[in-house]
Write a protein that binds this ligand. Structure first.
Ligand code: BGC
Ligand code: NOJ
Length: 828
């Protein structure tokens, strides 16, 4: 991209599946995630971040201070001190920020390695969570690069969170008095140091605790923060590190930390490895104490786990297992195209980000505090589209969890808590697009797996087992919900909001602090959404196809009919002449029309309506996409709407609360861009589709790091739009529906390799300049090796599978039990 500041802070190491950051002061912290089942950690390129068990709010192990200065305070800190000179530094640069002579951070899938050199001491720390364990390992290797022996002190440091992150950050009158620890040896392992147990609230209603262990004999330890830091001092200059003397402090209330102190003398060239383990453990409720009538933690179950991971061979084996785990997941879909940005995002980073959104939903990132939001109903269903091929069993479980938070009337809790899996009453229901997404999620799951049996699973409504009905019934009620909520123009009523959480047409909020999403001042019987109309058509067509597959012909006919009826309305009051309109407000005035002063055209309905097939034959679709190209496309991606709202409109809600160019007010809301990419392929324009794909592709934006600011290896939710002062600046990286939808757009629509009920479809709509590409896709137990060759400029495909010609573009599942199928595709 010409004319923008050019700056790269690292590079892709594609072979190792890593991004390598080569200087610590990135424009924002560039983070990674550790853990993929229950124990999770966020880790930045300077070792900042925090850890939690399952729920970032309710089971937080360590503290992190959001929105702090300097940036990124709180982490997995290691301090090194040269005991001869008294010099000390952080091998991860933060928090001491002494200049390092060498620095490199490698983020991989589920691990991060930070290597640096200062004072001729090399330090390499490998951080990861072993598969199946509730703990993280920090494996630190120190190497003396001097020609003389080095006398080095190593200090570890974490600050414990008192479990409920919200209470921890607010309820100081109680919390300053409850912190408790135990510091005790690991029985049978005399050569390792005392383990620090954090057991705040264990004496009463908690049966879980945290532990922090070290593989070495200790020169000392600390567990009271102000003793370690010294009064009025920060993490950049702890008194204990400065003096080189630990205090053996035992925390009683105040702020509980864990710090080990290890002294080593390293000969010239000598290396030594120290392992730290930070973990979470839950004891049986009736076996919490040892002896039973004491207040001492029962450690009989946890001690062998700690002992295991203090051993180097076990750590190495666990790391290899993690690598294999990921190469298996990523191996399911691999491509080799003429474009490196496509390759590395599809093969590595986009798939990885989809797994992270599976784990985190929108709860914990550097932009989501882990306190506010649980799992979203619409979000989780869409996220599923990006990971279902990698973890179908867990996708199944996720679908059943989500569906159980649906209500009897077909509506849904907008969010639910991952720990309890129950609907969240604070946010409640009434987001009228929510239920339809369930159909898309379920259809994607069945296409991937062929598991039609899921439709018969009994799933509660409102988490009430007495109200359980087959999943298929849930899908029917999802459509019924929309059909029972139709407004004056025949379009679906919008409720609190549709996909665009900020288009709040029944809110009319004029009081500071009110939630735009939950405040309702109108009865909701007037404002309508063209977006929901498009989504309804898409979902109704999916359900119709699914119904036909399971022999429910009359349902299939009915849903096809409902889809057709809604399509007519969409092309009637939903059509503006050159694009799809967006909505009608509470006064029945149109939104997203040339008649409007601001907000004349919105991206969402153009994308979703065309995905639903609306106007494709009639030419409306092409018109709409040409309008998008003309009015919304920028070099940094496609803007959500234009013109931006320049003032607050009471009847529109949060959308007009943002300054022009940011977030939903004419930001480049990346989630929606792939809908347009997919729509472009539907009308056969592969060049346009891939061009849009590259505009927001983080790898393709790597060399404008100072402008883009966020990580170049994952998508961000938003890139500031043309009206913004910082056009091109990304925000809210990692946890966004952008991950799943871009994955779907590139893998299924542009590269065109798509699971269907009847087999794998191959129908690419790629740039004309591509001579071809190769792909491997594992699908229903079969490996498809696909070779695509272009022989003409268009998108016509002819296919052979294991040498035999195929009719159409769907390769039927092999009947002879073959495990590999060689597919040759000619594009003309
Ligand atoms: C954000 C939306 C988000 C919503 C969630 C709004 O402030 O702009 O993107 O979906 O909050 O509650
Ligand atoms: C982020 C929310 O998580 C998602 O549900 C919503 O669709 C978008 N913001 C747009 O408002």
């Amino acid at each position: 991209m010409k004319g923008f500041t050019r700056m790269k802070y690292g590079y892709f190491d594609d072979e190792n599946h890593e991004y390598v950051i080569s200087q610590p002061n990135t424009p924002l912290p560039w983070i990674n995630y550790l853990g993929s089942e229950a124990y999770f950690a966020l880790i930045s390129n300077t070792a900042g971040g925090y850890s939690f068990y399952k729920d970032a709010r309710l089971r937080r192990l360590t503290r992190y201070r959001y929105n702090n200065a300097p940036l990124d305070m709180g982490g997995r800190y290691i301090y090194l001190r040269d005991n001869a000179s008294g010099a000390f530094w952080s091998p991860s640069w933060m928090p001491v920020r002494v200049k390092l002579d060498e620095y490199e951070c490698r983020h991989g899938q589920g691990y991060t390695i930070i290597r640096s050199v200062a004072n001729d001491i090399e330090a390499r720390t490998r951080y990861f969570v072993p598969v199946g364990e509730n703990l993280e390992i920090w494996e630190l290797t120190l190497t003396n690069r001097r020609s003389a022996p080095a006398d080095i002190s190593t200090f570890s440091a974490v600050e414990f969170c008192l479990w409920d992150a919200n209470d921890d950050g607010t309820n100081f009158q109680r919390n300053y008095s409850i912190g408790q620890v135990e510091i005790v040896p690991l029985p049978g392992h005399p050569s390792v140091g005392d383990v620090i147990y954090h057991k705040t609230e264990y004496r009463e209603r908690r049966d879980h605790f945290a532990y922090f262990a070290c593989s070495e004999k200790l020169a000392g330890f600390d567990t009271q923060r102000e003793t370690f830091l010294g009064p009025y001092r920060g993490w950049d200059s702890p008194a204990v590190v400065e003096t080189g003397v630990s205090c053996q402090s035992e925390a009683h209330g105040w702020q509980v930390i864990g710090s080990h102190h290890i002294k080593l003398t390293l000969a010239p060239g000598e290396s030594h490895t120290i392992r730290f383990i930070l973990g979470y453990h839950e004891n049986p409720k009736n076996d919490k104490f040892d002896p039973p009538d004491s207040q001492v933690i029962n450690k009989r179950i946890v001690e062998p786990i700690i002992a295991k991971y203090l051993q180097s061979t076990n750590v190495e084996a666990a790391f290899q297992q993690l690598r294999e785990h990921w190469s298996k997941l990523l191996g399911i879909y691999q491509v080799e195209t003429p474009d490196e940005h496509t390759n590395r995002m599809v093969n590595i980073w986009n798939a990885y980000q989809c797994m992270v959104t599976f784990n985190m939903s929108r709860s914990a990132s550097y932009f989501e505090s882990g306190i506010g939001r649980g799992m979203g109903f619409r979000d989780s269903n869409q996220d599923l589209l990006g990971f279902v091929h990698m973890i179908p069993e867990r996708a199944r479980e996720r679908i059943l969890d989500i569906a159980a938070t649906q209500l009897e009337n077909g509506g849904a809790y907008h969010q639910y808590q991952p720990l309890t899996k129950r609907g969240n009453n604070d946010v409640g229901t009434g987001f009228n697009d929510d239920p339809a997404w369930l159909i898309l999620g379920v259809a994607a799951y069945i296409k991937e797996t062929g598991d039609f049996g899921i439709l018969d699973e009994l799933v509660p409504y409102d988490n009430n087992p007495d109200l359980a009905k087959p999943l298929y019934d849930h899908l029917q009620r999802s459509l019924q919900y929309t059909l029972e909520r139709i407004g004056p123009h025949g379009l679906p009523l919008i409720g609190r909001a549709d996909w665009n959480d900020c288009l709040n047409l029944n809110c009319f909020s004029d009081t500071p602090g009110q939630s735009f999403q939950t405040t309702t001042s109108k009865d909701g019987k007037v404002a309508e959404s063209v977006f929901i109309a498009g989504l309804f058509v898409l979902a109704a067509r999916e359900l119709s196809a699914l119904a036909r597959k399971v022999g429910r012909e009359s349902d299939a006919t009915r849903y096809t009919h409902e889809a057709q009826e809604m399509e007519k309305v969409t092309l009637g009051p939903g059509w503006d002449g050159a694009w799809f309109r967006r909505a009608y407000d509470d006064f029945s005035n149109v939104i997203g029309s040339k008649e409007c002063e601001e907000g004349q055209i919105f991206i969402e309905p153009q994308g979703i309506c065309i995905l639903a097939g609306i106007g494709v034959e009639s030419g409306h679709a092409q018109k709409a996409l040409d309008s998008v190209a003309e009015r919304l496309a920028t070099p940094h991606g496609i803007i959500l709407q234009q013109p931006a709202y320049s003032k607050y409109y009471l009847h529109l809600g949060e959308i007009s609360s943002y300054p022009p160019g940011y977030k939903e007010n004419a930001g480049i809301f990346c989630h929606t861009n792939p809908w347009i990419m997919a729509a472009e392929t539907i009308i056969g324009r592969g060049d346009k589709a891939h061009d849009y794909y590259l505009r927001i592709n983080p790898s393709a934006r790597e060399n404008i790091g100072d402008l883009h600011k966020c990580e170049p290896y994952v998508y961000a939710q938003m890139i500031a739009g043309r009206d913004a002062a910082t056009h091109g600046e990304a925000k809210n990286s990692w946890l966004t529906g952008t991950a799943a939808w871009n994955y779907v757009a590139i893998t299924q629509f542009i590269l065109g390799i798509r699971p269907t009920y009847d087999g794998l479809q191959v129908a690419p709509v790629v740039p004309q300049s591509w001579k071809g590409f190769n792909a491997t896709r594992k699908f229903r137990g079969v490996t498809y090796n696909i070779k695509i060759e272009r022989q003409g400029p268009g998108n016509q495909v002819s296919l052979t599978a294991n040498g035999a010609a195929i009719q159409g573009s769907v390769i039927p599942l092999p009947t002879q039990g073959e495990k590999t199928v060689e597919v040759v595709v000619t594009l003309r």
